[in-house]
Design a protein around this ligand. Structure first.
Ligand SMILES: CC(=O)SCCNC(=O)CCNC(=O)[C@H](O)C(C)(C)COP(=O)(O)OP(=O)(O)OC[C@H]1O[C@@H](n2cnc3c(N)ncnc32)[C@H](O)[C@@H]1OP(=O)(O)O
Ligand SMILES: O=C([O-])CC(=O)C(=O)O
Length: 466
């Protein structure tokens, strides 16, 4: 332990606590939109996009009426894209990636070419797995991914070339390589930290992204057709969500400064892993484990409601006051992706003998919006979001929890790529909103004239002892 640091923090913890708190009334006074949303939850319009469209309200006269959510990729309803590829027995991730990147649906020849190119790019530099991915493995695969992506930049002789075709090359390369880097990052962690056996399977250029993920993950490389199709649908549902979501907005912000593709993607990953964003899928699973540990009868609705009450009152689980997997910055009555997920969760749960869990999830999905509405100011309705059922689906596919958010990233890297290109082509202006300063001006004091402060201390020690 660094005693110097420990004592310093112990003395200063009290002084630091609340130091940066700003009187909430000032936000109203200066009309600051906290979280870049107005009082009714509407986001500040920060840009234009043709990549996707999100709808959560219908307009009736001059009224906005909450409706079931709708999501379109380049104008195509995501539900139709999913049902189309499932019906026509094709893997859809690559097709949707083509659509998002190039703006139109591919014909058979174009799709084959695109899949062949992605397949040919599923390689990493010589010894990259040994020298980069295996070094300092961590349970946090998102951090491991960021490290790998930033290191890849050193192997790119045209790292800073912002021409469209070069950025397209870099993006396609990352779409191909992120699944490998994430799965190998997990194997490294599983071997070095969990003392399990390690195996590194090379991806196959003939297989789809979803098949490759399952193949690389499993010791015997085996998976069923249903498992690969379900994962493919999950990837399609996570690929893109407008320009304003936290990680895609990060993509726009960092792109606008002229930074390189690797740095932009690392920043987007850093944003996505947050538990209020893509990291929520891991939190949902941890919350469900905590619920099972604290609710004696998971079929008793009163007991479940009581636990949800405690969650929102910051008394249970991580004491953050959130029911993970619930609520969305844009959607009101429903998130269309959660609805699609739910449609195959039931059949999968039946097949895997997880119907008790399925009923528990559906009960929470029904009760949570009521509990949140009782205790918070609700502007537009709260419903299950894409992260609510995704972890449950992955657990039925035998995917380890550490990979849940990285799987989100494997898909969303496509949306980030499309938005990076859109920002480069259209905006070419650094994103720079304003912050109103509410600080007082002060007169400089020479060091010998500054008053000595009495620091009580003890606060950090208490935190450490917990
Ligand atoms: C891929 C994705 O990023 S999807 C989102 C994944 N995140 C989660 O599942 C985490 C849990 N959910 C949340 O934290 C929130 O719903 C967010 C961050 C997604 C959206 O938050 P907001 O934009 O503030 O939602 P909204 O305006 O509808 O919230 C209204 C009120 O309900 C509260 N609320 C919303 N969702 C929840 C929730 N799941 N649990 C408890 N309270 C909630 C908000 O805190 C807010 O109350 P406040 O004004 O007192 O702070
Ligand atoms: O749009 C948002 O705020 C969150 C997001 O990325 C998603 O729901 O996929």
């Amino acid at each position: 332990m660094n005693h110097l640091l420990f004592d310093f923090l112990d003395k200063h913890a009290d002084m630091y606590e609340g130091k940066d708190a700003i009187n909430p009334e000032l936000y109203d006074l200066y009309k600051v939109k906290r979280g870049l949303r107005d009082k009714n939850g509407n986001g500040v319009v920060a840009g234009l996009t043709t990549i996707s469209t999100i709808e959560a309200f219908d307009i009736s006269g001059d009224q906005k009426v909450p409706c079931d959510g709708r999501l379109y990729y380049r104008g195509y309803d995501v539900r139709e894209l999913v049902s189309g590829t499932v019906r026509e027995k094709r893997f859809g991730f690559e097709e949707a990636a083509y659509l998002l990147m190039f703006g139109c649906l591919p014909d058979r020849r174009e799709l084959k070419q695109f899949c062949d190119v992605l397949g040919s790019m599923r390689t990493l530099p010589t010894n990259f797995v040994r020298d980069v991915i295996m070094k300092a493995p961590s349970r946090d695969i998102m951090n491991s991914l960021m490290k790998s992506i930033l290191t890849l930049a050193s192997y790119d002789s045209r790292v800073n070339d912002l021409s469209e075709v070069n950025v397209l090359r870099q993006c396609m390369m990352l779409i191909s390589e992120v699944p490998m880097m994430a799965v190998y990052g997990y194997h490294a962690y599983n071997h070095y930290e969990c003392e399990e056996s390690m195996y590194i399977h090379r991806p196959s250029p003939e297989l789809s992204t979803a098949e490759n993920i399952l193949m690389m993950l499993r010791p015997d490389k085996k998976y069923t057709e249903l498992e690969a199709r379900v994962l493919d649908v999950a990837l399609m549902l996570h690929m893109e969500h407008g320009g304003g979501n936290n990680s895609t907005f990060t993509t726009h912000v960092v792109t606008s400064s002229g930074s390189d593709t690797y740095s932009v993607m690392a920043a987007a990953l850093a944003s996505l892993k947050g538990p209020k964003h893509g990291g929520a899928n891991i939190k949902v699973m941890e919350m469900m484990d905590d619920l099972r540990a604290n609710v004696s009868d998971t079929k008793d609705e009163d007991e479940i409601r009581n636990y949800l009450d405690q969650l929102v009152d910051k008394q249970a689980f991580d004491k953050k006051g959130l029911i993970y997997g619930m609520g969305h910055a844009v959607y009101s009555l429903s998130d269309p992706r959660a609805v699609v997920f739910k449609s195959f969760v039931e059949s999968l749960a039946k097949e895997k003998g997880r119907m008790d869990d399925y009923h528990l999830y559906t009960t929470i999905e029904r009760l949570a919006p009521e509990v949140i509405a009782e205790k918070r100011k609700i502007y537009k309705g709260v419903s299950a979001n894409v992260d609510f059922y995704s972890g449950f689906v992955y657990s039925m596919l035998g995917i380890p929890v550490e990979l849940y958010t990285p799987i989100f990233a494997m898909a969303r890297v496509v949306g980030w790529s499309a938005h990076r290109m859109e920002e480069l082509v259209n905006a070419d202006k650094i994103i720079r909103p304003a912050y109103k300063s509410v600080a007082e001006k002060r007169i400089y004091q020479p060091i010998d004239k500054r008053q000595e402060r009495e620091l009580a201390g003890g606060n950090y020690r208490k935190i450490e002892e917990k």
